[in-house]
Design a binder for this molecule. Structure first.
Ligand SMILES: Nc1ncnc2c1ncn2[C@@H]1O[C@H](COP(=O)(O)OP(=O)(O)OP(=O)(O)O)[C@@H](O)[C@H]1O
Length: 530
C-alpha cells in the first residue's frame, strides 16, 4: 500500500493534472521558488506530462506550457499593481555535463553550476536567459530546447529522453505602488527515465547514457534519503543533477514531484521501486517555503540594524575622542607632556594614523586593546568612517603631534563587524568582482549557503533600472551574445550539434521534434534580455 497526495488515472486529461499544480505555480508571482519534476521509468510518460505529446493542440499541452501560459495570464490580471518580467533558461544534463539548450550557436559547451543556494534559483548562471512576453514566445523557445535535447530510441521507448532537462522560469515583479521588487523562479524538470539496462537492451553509447542516468537518479535518491533523515551531510555534489536542483531540494522552495508508472505487468518491479522512491520523497520535510518578498523585508531590517550599529559605534568614538581631548587638555594644563606607549595600561583611545592615511577612530569600551601596525587598518578605517568622524579627528590634530605613529584598534573590532560589513558593502565593487570572478570562469562547487553572495546574484539577474553598476552591464552583454540565431539559417530538422544525427537508427542521440517551421518563427520572435 502506498499513499500519495493525488493519483491520476491513465484517462486523466492534461488540464486535470495541471489544475492540481496551478496554485503552486502561481506562487512564483508572489516571489516563491517552485520546483516541479517528473520521475519514473523510461517510457512511463514524464515528457508527456511535462511537455505533452504535441504543441499543436492546446488540449495536449503539458505542465510546462500551461504553467507559463497561466503566469502570463495572471501577470496581465495584476498589471494594475505589479509589473512583471519573465525570462527563461533551458539546460539539459547529459552524461554528467550541463548543456545550454537555448545556446545561440547550438554549441554544447559545458556549463558550470553555481551550487550556492540562491533565492532566485539561478543555478547555471552562464546558460542563455531569454526574455518571454507571451505564451507564443515560450512555445517557440521550448521547441528549440526540445529540438536540442538528446533523445534516442530504446527498446522501451522509441523517443526516449537521454538527458535530464531543466526549464527554469525567472520572474521579477515590481510593486507599482511601493516599487518593492520580488523574484521567483520555477524549475520544470523532466528527468531522464530510469531503466534496467537488460530490459532496455542498451549497448555502446546508449549503455553509457543509461549508466549516467541511473547513477544520477541514484544520487538524487541519496539526497532525498539524507534530507528525509535530516542528515547533517546531504550529498548534493555526487551528481550534476542534484547540484542543479540543490536550492529546490533542500532550500526554501516549494517542491512537487510527479511520479509516472507504467501500468503493464512487465514493469511491475520498476513500478514498485518507483513508488518506494516516491514514498521516500513525500516523507521529506523541506521546512517552510520563503518568499523573496519576505526575504527583502528581512534584508531591509538587517540593513537598518547594521546602519544603527554603525551610528552607535561612531557616537562611541566621538565620546571617547571628546574624553581624550578633555584628558589632553587637563594634562597640558598641568604642564605634563603626554607620552604614550603600547604598554600603557588602560589605554582607552585611538590615537593617530600613519602619514598620508585617512584617520578614523575606533571606539573602545570594555575589551582588551591592541596596537596594530597592519596597513590594512586603513581599509578598515575607510570603510567605517564618515565625514563626521574625520571632522572630529581633525580637531584632534594639534594634540596628536607628540603621539607615536601607530594605529590602535580594539582587538575585537574586526571580528565584531564582518557580517555587517558584508551587508553594508552589499553590491559594492568588491562583491561584484567576486561575482564576476565566479560567473566568468570555472564555477565553484560546494554546498555552502551565503546570503550575501546570493543576493548579489539576484541583483545581477534582473538589473535595477535606476542603478546599473559595470558588472550588470557585462552580464547583460553576455546574455545577449548567446541569443539563438534565427533558425531559418538552420537546415534540416536537427542542429548540427551531435554527431550522426541524420540516421536515428545508427545514431545514439537524435533531436526531438525539430520542425523547420517552428524554428523559423521562433527565430523571428527572439528578443534580447534587457
Ligand atoms: N497519459 C498518457 N496518455 C497517452 N499516451 C501517453 C500517456 N503518457 C505517455 N504516453 C505515451 O507514451 C509514450 C512514452 O511517453 P514519454 O515519452 O512521455 O515517456 P518518458 O517517461 O518521458 O520516457 P523517457 O524517460 O524514455 O524519455 C509516448 O508515446 C507518449 O505519448
Amino acid at each position: 500500500m502506498f499513499k500519495f497526495n493525488k493519483v491520476f488515472s491513465p484517462t486523466a486529461t492534461q488540464e486535470e493534472v495541471f489544475l492540481d499544480t496551478q496554485p503552486l505555480i502561481r506562487s512564483v508571482l508572489d516571489g516563491y521558488n517552485v520546483c516541479i519534476f517528473a520521475y519514473g521509468q523510461t517510457g512511463s510518460g514524464k515528457t508527456y506530462t511535462m511537455s505533452g505529446p504535441s504543441t499543436s493542440s492546446k488540449a495536449d499541452w503539458g505542465v510546462n506550457y500551461r504553467a507559463l501560459n497561466d503566469l502570463f495570464h495572471l501577470s496581465r490580471n495584476r498589471k494594475g499593481t505589479y509589473m512583471y518580467e519573465v525570462g527563461v533558461q533551458m539546460v539539459e544534463i547529459y552524461n554528467e555535463q550541463v548543456r545550454d539548450l537555448l545556446a545561440s550557436d547550438g554549441s554544447q559547451r559545458k556549463l558550470g553550476i553555481w551550487s550556492i543556494s540562491q533565492p532566485n534559483g539561478l543555478a547555471v548562471p552562464d546558460a542563455s536567459m531569454l526574455p518571454v512576453k507571451s505564451t507564443q514566445d515560450v512555445l517557440e523557445l521550448m521547441q528549440i530546447g526540445q529540438a536540442n535535447r538528446a533523445v534516442g530510441a530504446t527498446a522501451l521507448n522509441e523517443r526516449s529522453s537521454r538527458s535530464h532537462s531543466v526549464l527554469t522560469v525567472h520572474v521579477r515583479g515590481v510593486d507599482l505602488k511601493t516599487e518593492a521588487t520580488l523574484r521567483g523562479s520555477l524549475h520544470l524538470v523532466d528527468l531522464a527515465g530510469s531503466e534496467r539496462v537488460d530490459r532496455s537492451e542498451a549497448t555502446g553509447d546508449r549503455l553509457k547514457e543509461a549508466q549516467h542516468i541511473n547513477k544520477s537518479l541514484s544520487a538524487l535518491g541519496d539526497v532525498i534519503s539524507a534530507l528525509a533523515q535530516k542528515s547533517n551531510h546531504v550529498p548534493y555534489r555526487n551528481s550534476k543533477l542534484t547540484q542543479v536542483l540543490q536550492s529546490s531540494l533542500g532550500g526554501q522552495a516549494k517542491t512537487l514531484m510527479f511520479v509516472q508508472i507504467n501500468p503493464d505487468v512487465e514493469s511491475f518491479s520498476e513500478t514498485i521501486s518507483t513508488l518506494k522512491f516516491a514514498e521516500r520523497v513525500s516523507g521529506v520535510e523541506l521546512g517552510a517555503a520563503r518568499s523573496s518578498k519576505e526575504g527583502k523585508d528581512v534584508r531591509e531590517l538587517m540593513e537598518q540594524v547594521a546602519s544603527l550599529k554603525e551610528t552607535i559605534a561612531r557616537k562611541d568614538e566621538e565620546i571617547e575622542q571628546l574624553q581624550e581631548l578633555k584628558d589632553i587638555g587637563a594634562q597640558r594644563h598641568g604642564n605634563n607632556l603626554l607620552r604614550q606607549s603600547s604598554s600603557t595600561p588602560g589605554f582607552q583611545s585611538l590615537v593617530a594614523t600613519q602619514p598620508g592615511r585617512r584617520l578614523s577612530g575606533v571606539g573602545m569600551t570594555n575589551t582588551t586593546n591592541k596596537i596594530l601596525l597592519d596597513p590594512e587598518c586603513s581599509d578598515y578605517s575607510d570603510r567605517h568612517s564618515d565625514p563626521g568622524s574625520h571632522q572630529s579627528m581633525d580637531d584632534l590634530k594639534p594634540h596628536n603631534e607628540n603621539l607615536e605613529q601607530i594605529k590602535l584598534v580594539r582587538e575585537d573590532a574586526r571580528p565584531a563587524f564582518p557580517a555587517d560589513d558584508e551587508l553594508l558593502r552589499f553590491g559594492d565593487a568588491d562583491s561584484e568582482e567576486r561575482l564576476s570572478d565566479i560567473s566568468d570562469s570555472v564555477l565553484s562547487m560546494g554546498t555552502e549557503t551565503d546570503g550575501s553572495i546570493s543576493s548579489v546574484v539576484e541583483f545581477t539577474l534582473f538589473p535595477e533600472s535606476n542603478k546599473q553598476p559595470q558588472i550588470k552591464t557585462e552580464k547583460i552583454t553576455k546574455v545577449q551574445s548567446r541569443i539563438p540565431k534565427p533558425l531559418q539559417q538552420k537546415k534540416g530538422p536537427t542542429p548540427s550539434v551531435r554527431p550522426k544525427l541524420n540516421n536515428p537508427l545508427k545514431s545514439p542521440s537524435i533531436r526531438k521534434g525539430a520542425t523547420t517551421q517552428a524554428s523559423t518563427s521562433a527565430g523571428k520572435s527572439l528578443k534580447r534580455w534587457q
